[in-house]
Ligand binder design. Sequence first.
Ligand code: TRP
Length: 332
Amino acid sequence: MTCKRVLSGIQPTADSFHLGNYLGAVKQWVQLQEDHDVFFFIADLHALTIETDPALLRKRSLLSAAQLIASGVDPQKCTLFLQSHVSQHNQLGWIMECLAGFGEASRMTQFKDKSQKTGTDRTAVGLFTYPMLQAADILLYQADRVPVGEDQRQHIELTRDLAGRFNSRYGQTFQIPEPHILKSGAKINDLQDPTSKMSKSAASMQGVIEIMDTAEINAKKIKSSMTDAGREIRFDQTEKPGISNLMTIHSALSGSSIADIEKEFENKGYGDFKGAVAEIVVEYLRPIRAKAVELLEDETALVKILHEGAEKARVVAEKTLALTYKNLGLVQ
Ligand code: TRP
């Protein structure tokens, strides 16, 4: 039996993953590598679509890789690499740009939203062609499934359309990928604004638990999280969004059911409960952060892991690109 190929990418646009990223994506990637042929990459070329500081991009790319490995993404079990290390992404990206219609690309809502915010004069052409590079990322590896968040659904639909169009015009070349929309079983919200999703673009980081933060900072953020009215520990997202969010975090990390948590804290107050959640989060993240810090201390070794990943990725990417060129009539 051949196992299904899964591919996903993450942009190196933050100094740290937060608990929402971790539970919503990274933890699920780690599970997928047990019974799938998994390709994960850091989309450093996609990060160039907005103006970036070179030192920061470099730091964040390495930080992302270190955090992925520290979270359990195992370079022995999967193929982990940097997008810019495999030049076939750009090469197939061009082919995808020639295949996509201008109107079709103009309908991408992420582009529309982002370019509206910056204004056309300051929007990079790369932001417009971004989904075609993403299609190339996926199709190069003949991925069967692409685990992504809901916000990426339209890009995966475009990828499917482009793959189908290419196959029917030029002959069978690409596997048509299925989107695998990650339903974060546990939807993690901001600690200060518990009706909004935990996000790196929050107005204040006070409500965001970051993997790379110290235990002290994270414990403090939880202990000073928004307090709901009332006093009992009960799961009720309308009346008690703050406590419910902390219960979701507790349950996702400890494995205890919401009912068991309610029982455990039946006669206790918010202070006790927050203290317990702080302890669980801190202890859960402690080894992940420590491992990431350790990996970052030996940058040469970390970069070597990424080069080895790129070498494995290139074997697959080269094969797909050669077939694509041949089917297009480019002289081989
Ligand atoms: N666009 C994705 C995001 O911002 C990152 C990404 C780039 C990606 N290429 C991909 C995700 C290919 C899945 C597959 O989250």
